[in-house]
Design a protein around this ligand. Structure first.
Ligand code: NAG
Ligand code: NAG
Ligand code: NAG
Length: 357
């Protein structure tokens, strides 16, 4: 995935960069939830928090075996245009169709260095294709082309994509009302996120660039309340930060879900962290990081004013863009914890506004 507009640095230098980039500590009272502007219609949306009993009920829902199965189906080399890439796409499409999601492909051709012309396919899955507004959860399903090595991309982004399929599986009952509601859920699996030769404006995020442009022409960007992009997840001890002011209150809801789960001891162990500059006992750090030096699939949407929550750890996992980004780096306790936090966040977003009724 992605490029950093910073030189490659050893992990300890990363810490310094993170420190330098921290410009604000989140203060709960400074962000009024009623100020949340979602959609370009500037509607304010302020769903209520899940009640104690609902929170407990939904926390109980999980299917860890399914999550592992989904990871193993996606965790094969899946460079755009390869047979394995088609297999992974078919697996994602079929899994969602089996759960009665509406699935369509956004297919297009583009030319890439080394490969020449390629056929790309973004996968767009919605519970209600006719909804007016969507919470969008996204990942990329292609893997990086490495001429001299086998690259599996466990964190990049087999685990994030498996988490989305697992969410659809685990919450199938709870999500049923959103097949007819005005506010609904969309899962987006971008194609062609990786560069083939060297990351640049024409060699990277092929799928996201295509889709953002297409939806702009079709006037569909306004229906996206928020794009939540998952990337580089699955390694132990991730630290997340709030990157964008206009989605900070949603970031704080993720933090709050994490805190509630920790309080009732429903998170599996937090692995001990070697990074002393941040709070090792939580994933969602209480700082904002405003220098937007991370390029990823959100950029074409961000440029078109779509609110973005970027769930990517800083620093990146140490295995990033190496053949070591394979099954052995996956920490399943962390993965299950994050999957649970994201499920509860999505349910709070969708159910808290009583949109289903
Ligand atoms: C959650 O699951 C546990 C164990 O299966 C059960 O004892 C408990 O009643 C459940 N709680 C809720 C709120 O469903
Ligand atoms: C396709 O995936 C299989 C695992 O299912 C793997 O053994 C094989 O090497 C992959 N093919 C390519 C061309 O990467
Ligand atoms: C995964 O990467 C680790 C670290 O490089 C390596 O030791 C291991 O053999 C790899 N495992 C697989 C299944 O490729």
């Amino acid at each position: 995935m992605l490029r950093l507009q910073l030189p490659r640095l050893p992990p300890n230098m990363w810490t310094l960069c993170v420190q330098a980039a921290l410009i604000a500590t989140l203060v709960k009272s400074s962000v009024s939830l009623t100020d949340n502007l979602v959609g370009r219609l500037q509607t304010s949306y302020n769903p209520s928090k899940l009640s104690e009993s609902k929170f407990l009920e939904y926390s109980n829902l999980s299917n860890k075996l399914h999550l592992r199965e989904a990871i193993s189906h996606i965790l094969i080399p899946r460079v755009v245009g390869s047979g394995n890439h088609s297999l992974v796409r078919q697996y994602i499409v079929q899994s969602l169709k089996d759960l009665d999601w509406h699935v369509e492909l956004d297919s297009f051709h583009d030319t890439a260095p080394i490969m020449g012309q390629l056929h790309f396919h973004n996968i767009i899955a919605t519970l209600n294709p006719d909804a007016e507004r969507y919470l969008v959860l996204a990942c990329h399903y292609d893997s990086k082309y490495m001429p001299k090595a086998e690259f599996l991309g466990a964190t990049d982004s087999a685990v994030p994509c498996a988490m989305l399929l697992n969410l659809a599986q685990v919450l199938q009952e709870q999500l049923k009302p959103f097949k007819k509601s005005k506010l609904s859920l969309m899962l987006l699996f971008f194609d062609g996120e990786e560069a083939f030769e060297e990351w640049g404006p024409k060699d990277s995020i092929y799928g996201a660039r295509h889709l953002a442009k297409r939806w702009q022409h079709e006037g569909k960007l306004d229906s996206i309340d928020m794009l939540v992009l998952l990337d580089l997840l699955g390694a132990p001890d991730p630290a997340f930060y709030s990157f964008f002011a206009n989605t900070e209150s949603w970031y704080m809801r993720l933090q709050s879900v994490e805190t509630r789960l920790a309080q009732i001891e429903l998170l599996e162990r937090y692995a001990s962290s070697g990074v002393s500059q941040r709070d090792p006992t939580r994933y969602f750090q209480s700082q904002a990081m405003r220098s937007s030096f991370i390029e990823d699939d959100h950029i074409p949407f961000l440029k078109r004013n779509v609110p973005v929550l970027h769930l990517i750890p800083v620093p990146f996992p140490t295995v990033w863009h190496t053949p070591d980004d394979n099954e052995s780096v996956i920490d399943y306790a962390t993965t299950d914890n994050l999957a649970l936090i994201i499920r509860l966040f999505a349910l709070e977003y969708l159910l808290g506004g009583d949109q289903a009724k």
